[in-house]
Ligand binder design. Structure first.
Ligand code: G1P
Ligand code: ZN
Length: 538
């Protein structure tokens, strides 16, 4: 039976860089989740349509998914395709949306943020493109959340999601699927599985850390069962509601155990990790770390080694904050090159219009037009395929890349937990200052251009401002942005890049030290936030 429930709006349901992301305790407030879902439905008019649904298994996934199913039925949805047990990685969801030509999908995730009652919860909403909805759509949804007065839901028993098959709820079809099979098939269609199999058969070793999040079962199936990596190559492989206490963000800080393994004695040949919902990746070699910006450049440079791309790629895009390493590769290969605001949704139009094949972000995200989200396991398989095809180690591949293109020493400095007003004032002040910096000398650098970054989408002609950048005459850069994924307060991100053509063995932190001092001074970071140093450096 359909129930119409009266509700009152919340004022904070604006989607950020990647959907709605909040503290779990915020989402647990009465009707908070329901209000947001009904607001989406009010905008997308879901009657008669089909959607994909799943989540990364974090705390509240199981309860929220039942609400979503019952609300979908009450709003006239024709069919839901749901990952078994309510689990779906973000890339697997994008694949199913495209493969089954559905009208969109919902992934219940706060991505790389911790889970649990004191962690975060979130909702990503994708359209029929397979990518997250545009800013225009999320603005319309936000407007709905501020006015919502009722939502519709079916009063029914919970739906069983553990068995594959089809059932109905008040006329809505619910198909529970095994999401892994489709995903493995897609990867088999892109990479040279036989070559990678041979690599493992010859004794190549890897360690993959699923960080107790959603990609564990996918990784076991692909790396161990299909490609023959030794049993135990995948660690932390069972998804847990609180990720076993881990912060499932694959970087040098949070994937500490993996880093210790890769930098310890008898380290495996290859190391990698994914985040909570499986769209981020970190790549490591023996005692060696590849920055995500370099990884994007290296994958792009080696596209011809991959069966699915060997006949050519359209072009490549990066978020503005990502290092310029891939720009030099694009130039060498004479392919299209684009810089977009932070957030995967900005790549979607470029992929749909065949302007790009690859794209990536400094925040451990890489992907291609096989889907419309970044894809952690795809990036790892790409590396394995390059290694199998060249017989070279991760370190060798990266060093040869630097020899050819130069090395962009690159680090991101995050200043967390700043009061929102303080952060906004800091950015406003900086913006006013920018014009006066043009042409000035800053330490050993000379400013070529200081500007607010504005992206003009070549497809829908929308225009988006995102962060500020100071470009130096030697190719070095300073970029400032406020995070769009913080679940409370503001995070100032400062991205530093120093281009080096000869010295490839320096310590990155030392290489960008002068740029950091310049950035701190120009933005008045200490004076305004009281912070002498960043909270997190990645
Ligand atoms: C962060 C990353 C961004 C990524 C997003 C979602 O967003 O910086 O590259 O797309 O998470 O994974 P931010 O908090 O910087 O807005
Ligand atoms: Zn993610």
């Amino acid at each position: 039976m359909i129930q119409t429930i009266k509700t009152t709006p919340y004022t904070d349901q604006k989607m950020g860089t990647a959907g709605l992301r909040k503290k779990s305790q915020v989402v647990l407030q009465p009707n908070y989740f329901e209000n947001f879902i009904q607001s989406i439905f009010n905008v997308i008019k879901p009657a008669g349509k089909t959607y994909v649904v799943g989540g990364d298994g974090r705390f509240y996934n199981d309860i929220a998914i039942q609400k979503l199913i019952k609300m979908a039925s009450a709003n006239g949805v024709k069919k839901l395709i749901i990952g078994q047990n309510g689990y779906l990685s973000t890339p697997a969801s994008s694949n199913i949306i495209l493969k089954r030509h559905t009208d969109g999908g919902f992934v219940l995730t706060a991505s790389h943020n911790p889970g649990g009652p004191n962690g975060d919860f979130g909702i990503k909403f994708a359209t029929a493109t397979g990518g997250q909805c545009s800013s225009q759509v999320s603005d319309e949804i936000f407007a709905q959340t501020k006015n919502i007065s009722e939502y519709r839901i079916i009063d029914a028993q919970d739906i069983k999601l553990d068995t594959i098959g089809t059932q109905t709820l008040e006329g809505m079809e619910i198909e529970v699927i095994d999401p892994i099979t489709d995903y493995v098939e897609m990867m088999r269609g892109i990479f040279d599985f036989d070559a990678i199999k041979k690599l493992f058969a010859n004794g190549f070793t890897m360690c993959f850390d699923a960080m107790n999040a959603v990609t564990g079962p996918y990784a076991i199936e692909i790396f161990e069962n299909t490609l023959g990596a030794a049993p135990g190559s995948v660690r932390n492989s069972t998804p847990k509601p609180d990720f076993g206490g881990l912060h499932p963000d694959p970087n040098l800080v949070y994937a500490k155990d993996l880093v210790n393994i890769m930098f310890g004695d008898k380290s495996p040949d290859f190391g990698a990790a994914n985040d909570g919902d499986g769209d981020r990746n970190m790549i490591l070699g023996k005692k060696f770390f590849v920055t995500p910006s370099d990884s994007l450049a290296i994958l792009t440079d080696n596209y011809a080694l991959i069966p699915a791309y060997k006949n050519g790629i359209y072009g490549v895009a990066k978020s503005m904050a990502t290092s310029t390493a891939v720009a030099r590769v694009a130039e060498a290969h004479k392919i299209g090159y684009y810089e977009v605001p932070t957030g995967w949704k900005y790549f979607v139009n470029l992929m749909d219009s065949k302007r790009i094949t690859f794209c990536g972000e400094e925040s451990f995200g890489t992907g291609s037009s096989h889907i419309r989200e970044k894809d952690g396991i795809w990036a790892i398989l790409f590396w394995l395929n390059i290694i199998a095809a060249t017989g070279k180690s991760v370190e060798q591949i990266t060093r040869e890349h630097w020899q050819k293109y130069g090395r962009s020493y690159y680090l991101r400095f995050d200043f967390d937990g700043i009061p929102t007003d303080t952060a906004n004032d800091l950015m406003k002040n900086l913006e006013q200052k920018l014009p006066s910096l043009n042409g000035t000398s800053q330490g050993n650098f000379k400013v070529k251009l200081a500007e607010t970054f504005v992206y003009n989408d070549p497809v829908d002609h929308s225009s988006t401002a995102n962060g500020m950048r100071i470009l130096m005459t030697d190719g070095s850069r300073i970029v400032f942005r406020l995070s769009g994924t913080s679940s409370s307060g503001a995070t100032l991100r400062v991205y530093l890049e120093k281009l080096e053509k000869h010295d490839f063995d320096a310590v990155p932190r030392e290489m960008v030290d002068e740029l950091l001092r310049i950035a701190m001074t120009i933005a008045e970071i200490e004076k305004r936030t009281g912070k002498k140093q960043a909270d997190i450096i990645t």
